[in-house]
Design a protein around this ligand. Sequence first.
Ligand SMILES: [Fe+2]
Length: 330
Amino acid sequence: MDTLHPTTESKPQVSDFTQEIETYKRDGVVVIKNVLSPAEVKACRDAYHNDLRKYGVNYNNLKSPSTHEALKKLQIHGSGGIPFYFCQWQLQYCHTNARYVEAQKALFAATWASGTEQHFQNPFAPFSATKIFSITDSCSFRLPSNVQDFQQTVGLHVDINPWDRYSGRRASKRWRPVQGFVSLTSNVGGFQCIPGFHKKFDAYFDQVEKPENHKQAFYAFKHSMHDGLHKQVVPVEYEAGDAVIWDWRLPHRTEETHPGDDTREVVYSTFVADIPLNKEYILEQRKSFVGGKYPPDVFNWWERGAAPGWKRESIKMLSPLGRQLLGFDD
Ligand SMILES: [Fe+2]
């Protein structure tokens, strides 16, 4: 089979992300506009819907009880998260998207890479930001609230252990100081966070008592002591085809109810620096990809068998950039 180069690679490359870097440094969250064209969004969504259909989820009949039952079975923790990780369309349009990759490299170079930038010090620096790796994360498929009541919002949280951000089930496997997704729909407010909290994170948690045996790389702001934080949450505005990147110290959540008549669809897709810990993870992730298994940062991944939506042909269809990002080539 011929190598399929992602269409995004043929786009003129914008190497100047000055504005985005400034925004990320200030707010800890930034929207990278137009990583996908409208035609690419459509192609990606069509392919996503096609794969969902194989599991009984029919985009063309969102109100159907059989779609609801199929979605309940497929989704992760009742939240509308879909356990697709290695689908060909995810890889092509999101996990190996050239513009998204360039933006992420520019952000790393201006922040985490030196180890001396204020608010972005870390134990892995200095490192080069000229090469990064792709973390193949899951997707979201949230139905409009007016057709279902079984998909729960993901409440305000951070995906790190506030008292030891480098430990925990996922954190010990790879270092991912930025999180992100490519949005396939224009649902303003679907993602919400507290801008600027990356600069306040340490001081805030100095005052919070560590719960006993807190070893998870996750913390939910459920206790009433955090009520003040909930008032600081704002919706992030983005359109279909944009990517959203946020700092791992920002409390974030999904919308309480999903208005309108269309689904909310995003592909969670992020990149990590080329450091030994991440390189090791990427080689494990490559094994999962080749074997059609869940990625290694999914809980009990080794017991879960085949990853939904996986096809062996996807490996042969990777672009040269995609092969590097996923650890097949240097
Ligand atoms: Fe999260």
